[in-house]
Structures are given as structure tokens and as C-alpha cells.
Ligand binder design. Structure first.
Ligand SMILES: Nc1ncnc2c1ncn2[C@@H]1O[C@H](COP(=O)(O)OP(=O)(O)OP(=O)(O)O)[C@@H](O)[C@H]1O
Length: 235
């Protein structure tokens, strides 16, 4: 790989490989992502889409290769600095990963509290992201009492609440009806327009790709098989 080509990249992957029990989920994936890019990740079930997002979020360790975030090598980050690095990411997990014993408001507020934000900022911010995701009226409910689509919207609210530099979203509209999916896309689009970098893994790319200029990357059996620039069309 030419080291000069990705000089401005916010995310660089060099031969990223992840094995689970000897079986490759990602194989030699190399990719540069510029700040402010909207990257769509597609590919058949089991292609490695979730694994790619998880290794970026440091939810999974690499078997081989390297990931640089703003030139910082993730494998050399000390455990003490990990929480600070994670705050740069907003992650929407495919299975949401909401804390079942905390209500919607507290699930979204938690990361802001851990980051040491002041209570009045947190209140305003959480109310705002719950409003834009349409979950304001359910702020006091516990996740297990919500529908899958509602939990997904809380997961999106939590991901954007910390104003991260990078959003990693795994099927962020997978459990949503058309109207809710559109609302989530508009939130991601607004975040992108403010300069945020987004990686979205989805089986529903036609809908996502209508909204923004971006790059479509396709994984198959853990390998990056294509990367194509997309032109938007109006919705
Ligand atoms: N924790 C794990 N332990 C063992 N194998 C795993 C684990 N997570 C993923 N895999 C395997 O790694 C491969 C890639 O999985 P991954 O979830 O990344 O695919 P995906 O493209 O996101 O699939 P889907 O579209 O179905 O969500 C699959 O073969 C999967 O079975």
C-alpha cells in the first residue's frame, strides 16, 4: 500500500484480518477513509460487515494487520487511553446493546455522564436526541418494554448524543418501518452534513444510498471485493 495516498485519512486499515477460532471473518482488508466520508458497507450475511465495525470500535481485537485512527495505531493504545478514543466513536450495534435496567433517558445519558459532562448539558442533549429520534415520550421506559424499532432508535440517539467524530452503524434501520427508517437516515445525514464520518453496514443500501454522496464498499467472505464512489439522487 502506498503510505502517501491516505495521508489525510481519519481511518486507515492495513491488511486487517480477524479470525474466530481459526476461521477468517475478515481477510487482509485495506482501506482509507477520509474525514467526512459516508461509507456504505454491504455484502451477504456472514461477509464480515459487523466484524469490520467491531474491530474499529475495539470491541474485537485484530488477529493481524493494523488500524490507524488519525495516525494513532490502535494496537499501541494503552488501556487507560481506550475510553478517550472510544468517545470519538458513536456505535449503533446490530443488537442495540442497551442496558436493560436503565430507562431510555439514562441509557442515552450514561456515556455523557462517564465523559464528565455537566448535568444540565446532559439533560438538554439527551432530550434533543430523543426528540429527533422520536423517542422523547418513552424516555422513562425500560428497553425490554420497547419494540425492536424503538430500541433501535434509542441506540441511534445514544450514538449521536456524544457528537462523535465517527459513527459506526450496524443495520441502523433494520428493525424500522419506512417512516422511522427515514427519520434515522435524516439524523445520519444531518450528522454527515456537519462533517461527521459515517460507516454504515446494511442490507438495505438502496434506501441509504439515495441520500448522500459516499462510497460503497462490498465485502464477501471477509474480503473487500470492491469500493465504488456513489452519486446521490434526491429523495
Ligand atoms: N463472536 C463470534 N464468534 C465466532 N464467529 C463469529 C463471531 N462473530 C462473527 N463470527 C463469524 O464471522 C463471520 C462474519 O460475521 P459478521 O457478523 O461480521 O458478518 P455480517 O456480514 O455482519 O453478517 P450479517 O449480515 O448476517 O449481520 C461469520 O462467519 C460469523 O459466523
Amino acid at each position: 500500500m502506498n503510505l502517501d495516498t491516505g495521508k489525510n485519512a481519519i481511518i486507515r486499515l492495513f491488511n486487517v484480518t480477524k479470525h474466530y477460532g481459526g476461521k477468517p471473518a475478515l481477510h487482509n482488508v485495506s482501506l482509507d477513509i477520509e474525514p467526512g466520508e459516508f461509507v456504505f458497507i454491504s455484502g451477504p450475511s456472514g461477509a464480515g460487515k459487523s466484524t469490520l465495525l467491531k474491530v474499529l470500535y475495539l470491541a474485537e481485537t485484530l488477529s493481524d494487520g493494523q488500524i490507524l485512527i488519525d495516525g494513532m495505531n490502535l494496537s499501541r493504545i494503552s488501556p487507560a487511553r481506550l475510553p478517550f478514543l472510544r468517545r470519538r466513536f458513536g456505535m449503533v450495534f446490530q443488537d442495540f446493546k442497551l442496558i436493560p435496567t436503565l430507562n431510555v433517558f439514562d441509557n442515552v445519558a450514561l456515556a455523557l455522564e462517564v465523559a464528565g459532562k455537566n448535568p444540565s448539558f446532559i439533560r438538554k442533549k439527551v432530550r434533543h436526541v430523543l426528540r429527533i429520534t422520536g423517542m422523547e415520550k418513552k424516555a422513562h421506559m425500560l428497553p425490554p418494554t420497547l419494540s425492536g424499532g424503538e430500541q433501535q432508535r434509542v441506540a441511534v440517539a445514544r450514538a449521536v448524543a456524544g457528537d462523535p467524530d465517527i459513527i459506526l452503524a450496524d443495520e441502523p434501520t433494520g428493525s424500522l418501518d419506512q417512516a422511522s427508517a427515514r427519520r434515522v437516515l435524516e439524523i445520519l445525514l444531518a450528522y454527515h452534513k456537519k462533517g461527521g464520518t459515517i460507516l454504515v453496514a446494511s442490507h438495505h443500501l438502496q434506501q441509504l444510498q439515495t441520500v448522500v454522496t459516499g462510497r460503497s464498499i462490498v465485502l464477501e467472505k471477509g474480503r473487500l471485493i470492491s469500493a465504488t464512489r456513489l452519486e446521490p439522487y434526491a429523495i
